[in-house]
Design a protein around this ligand. Structure first.
Ligand code: EPZ
Length: 418
């Protein structure tokens, strides 16, 4: 198994270019199933999760050409199946995002029940309730979920009990070719949902209000295809901004949409970092001493749960007390034990963690417990005294393209060992 070795203490300096957003491209690739014509997706990040969802589409008869780097040419003119296999769905629960598109395109879907993961049980009740509201019949059993709508889906009004990102995306895709109009209320507002809506509209869809708590979808007869450039990854960008802030770094993060980074930039400034916003870049300079802050994760436009672990590393070495409340997932403190092993002073109680800043973290062997916790371990290693060895880094490869090269070009002493 590969491991990462990080030697702490180097001050990061330089420019890093952010890749396309994992959490935008996954639903967009699923949405390609809706189209009867070819699509070309640009700025596609080279990630394990992207390869997984492409394999799911290929099982359905979709033709995908990935010979040009960061580009996917997708031909869904001929869908021959409606089943997403167990081994792919367990590898990545986001495979469940194909259900809405399959229901809309072929009126049937059979997906292995997505498992939970380290950060929570990850139920799909909001997805299924929405599909039923649109007229689909749902059957569950033997580890599979089958949805069918032989006479097509019918538009309706759906109120979401929680603004679930995946459920909002699945329901946009399902409703895109339903008879009549669908209104989704209390839905998620993440930028990745806006990117998906832009792609569906480019294919001939009528999705209005993405990025607000209410989305209106007028069903259309057919969706075609076309070219779409995926938005930059705000979580990868945030990860590098924290990296610059915690080690008295001085880095420029390029290819970003500053609008998507507002909650993070506000918190970095509160902690004492100097942050300057450009047109499509952000410059961060880390101070000698960071101040403790309070962070509460919330659905967008609140502070993103996917940046919670990374921000906790900053809090571990800030002066004074910090507090984190994780309101989105029920078990997203797996990184706390690993940080405590490195000398952090953290106490958790339910969904809240109290952090007393310490002078130093000490390098040791730690593991990546999930994707963003793995990124947090890299950040901790960058500022720790000595060498940090990170295992289970397959989590990191799911969501960060070339993370070692990107950190090395900023001057970090980091290497991947077999
Ligand atoms: C997406 O997951 C992201 N993944 C996650 O990023 C991100 O953390 C999450 O949104 C929240 O922003 C992708 O986009 C591929 P949710 P998703 O449905 O859609 C509960 C990363 O690191 N819920 O908004 O699965 C659920 O249990 C990953 O890139 C239900 O109760 O998130 C959770 O507590 C991690 N019933 C909360 O909602 C449902 O039917 C948020 O889940 C669905 C969700």
């Amino acid at each position: 198994m590969d491991r990462l070795l990080v030697q702490g203490g180097n001050k990061l300096k330089g420019i890093v270019r952010i890749s396309g957003a994992k959490n935008a491209v996954l639903p967009i690739i699923a949405a390609a199933i809706l189209g009867t014509k070819k699509s070309a997706l640009l700025e596609v990040p080279n990630l394990d999760d992207v390869q997984t969802i492409c394999k799911v589409l290929e099982c359905l008869g979709v033709k995908i050409d990935n010979t040009i780097p960061h580009t996917l040419k997708i031909d869904s003119s001929n869908i021959i199946g409606f089943e997403a296999p167990y081994e792919l769905v367990t590898a990545m629960r986001a495979s469940f995002l194909v259900m809405g598109a399959l229901l809309a395109r072929v009126g049937r879907a059979k997906i292995s029940q997505p498992g939970g993961c380290a950060i929570g049980s990850r139920p799909i009740d909001i997805h299924l309730k929405g599909f039923e509201a649109l007229g689909a019949k749902i059957e569950q059993g033997h580890g599979y979920i089958e949805a069918s709508a032989p006479h097509g889906l019918v538009g309706t009004t759906i109120y979401m009990d929680f603004p679930s990102v995946g459920a909002t995306e699945n329901l946009i895709m399902a409703a895109s070719m339903a008879k009549g109009t669908t209104i989704i209320e209390n839905c998620a507002e993440e930028p990745e949902i806006v990117d998906l809506a832009n792609y569906v509209n480019m294919m001939g869809g009528k999705v209005r209000g993405a990025g607000t708590p209410t989305i209106r979808i007028d069903g259309v007869k057919e969706l075609t295809g076309g070219e779409h450039t995926v938005i930059p990854d705000r979580i990868e960008a945030g990860t590098f901004l924290v990296a610059g802030a915690i080690g008295q770094g001085d880095i420029v993060v390029e290819n970003v949409l500053c609008e998507h980074l507002k909650p993070l930039i506000a918190k970095l400034r509160e902690a004492g970092a100097l942050v300057e916003e450009g047109i499509d870049a952000v410059h961060v300079v880390g101070p000698k001493t960071l101040k403790g802050i309070t962070v509460k994760t919330l659905p967008y436009p609140g502070f993103p749960t996917d940046m919670q672990a990374q921000m906790m590393v900053l809090m571990c070495i800030a002066k004074g007390q910090s507090e984190v409340t994780e309101t989105v997932f029920e078990n997203r403190f797996m990184h706390v034990d690993e940080l405590v092993r490195m000398g952090a002073n953290i106490r958790t109680s339910g969904r809240t963690a109290m952090i007393d800043g310490v002078k130093k973290l000490y390098g040791c062997q730690v593991k990546a417990t999930d994707l963003r916790a793995g990124a947090a371990m890299v950040l901790a290693g960058l500022v720790a005294d000595g060498t940090t060895e990170i295992t289970d880094i397959y989590h990191i490869d799911r969501g960060y393209e070339n993370i070692v090269q990107k950190f090395r070009q900023l001057g970090a002493n980091i290497e991947r060992v077999r």
